[in-house]
Write a protein that binds this ligand. Structure first.
Ligand code: AMP
Length: 249
């Protein structure tokens, strides 16, 4: 029998009620299962049956709307193309460099959530004790990754930024040298480490971070990036470690 919706706001209210309704139904069923022998017929299931009979059309519609909204939201998020959120800036910071700018990605909540999900997926079910993020763009997702992986976060920074005792590692830049530092007490012997940065280019920066971690006795589980500029062959410097990235150029 089809009944008219008695709710002034129309059928949508049933869509909102549906999860609530099902959880109540679940509880009542559990209650009945537990006490089947003692309570054969309770008031609650009788009321529920009546409610079901009167409102089955709307409940069915409500459940459909609920399911549809959920599926729509799921696909909307997963159909995002993360490359659309990487801005290409030519000749920055100097002539000839094609800079991959992640600020549009950081500024969009769905894109950044999807990026984080994908970075976590790269690690799969490997246990991580500490995520080592490389200054400065490795800090954004590095800390989020650490939270998701139930791990600590360790910053690797440019010289003079860390206040306590540091270990230093010089590394080669395109022109000249630079240095990275890590706090000496930040990693314990045997800690399982995930190295994270936004971009893998020639690999010198990530390799210097790996050297620092290994000098402190850490074990590198993966080097993990948002982007790998594969044509610059950064992987060749990280041959001893698993390398993974969300995007490859
Ligand atoms: P490399 O040591 O050559 O692998 O350079 C990696 C570091 O430089 C990372 O910390 C990046 O943030 C930065 N980097 C290098 N190339 C680019 C690029 N094309 N776009 C954005 N960041 C870059």
């Amino acid at each position: 029998m089809q009944t008219m919706c008695k709710c002034k706001k129309g059928t949508n209210c049933y869509a909102l009620l549906t999860p609530l309704f099902y959880s109540d139904l679940g509880r009542i069923q559990t209650f009945n299962l537990l006490s089947r022998n003692q309570v054969r017929y309770s008031v609650a299931p009788r009321g529920l049956l009546f409610f079901l009979k009167q409102n089955k059309t709307h409940l069915f519609r409500g459940a459909n709307i609920f399911l549809f909204t959920f599926i729509q939201k799921y696909f909307q998020k997963n159909m995002l193309d993360l490359e659309d959120y990487i801005r290409i800036v030519t000749d920055f910071p100097k002539r000839g460099v094609v800079f991959k700018d992640i600020t549009p990605l950081l500024g969009n909540k769905d894109a950044s959530a999807l990026c984080l999900e994908k970075l976590v997926e790269l690690v799969a079910d490997q246990q991580i004790d500490k995520v080592v993020g490389i200054e400065s763009r490795g800090f954004f997702f590095g800390m989020l990754l650490a939270q998701k992986l139930n791990a600590g976060f360790v910053p690797v920074r440019k010289p003079g930024k860390l206040p306590f005792d540091t270990l230093k590692e010089p590394y080669q830049l395109e022109y000249g040298m630079d240095v990275l530092e890590i706090h000496e007490d930040s990693i314990q012997k045997g800690d399982r480490i995930l190295i994270h940065d936004d971009v893998l280019a020639t690999g010198g920066t990530a390799k210097a971070a790996c050297n620092l971690v290994e000098k402190l006795g850490g074990k590198i589980v993966q080097c993990n990036f948002i982007m790998n500029l594969d044509f610059l062959n950064g992987r060749s410097k990280l041959k001893r470690y698993p390398v993974a990235s969300v995007l490859t150029y």
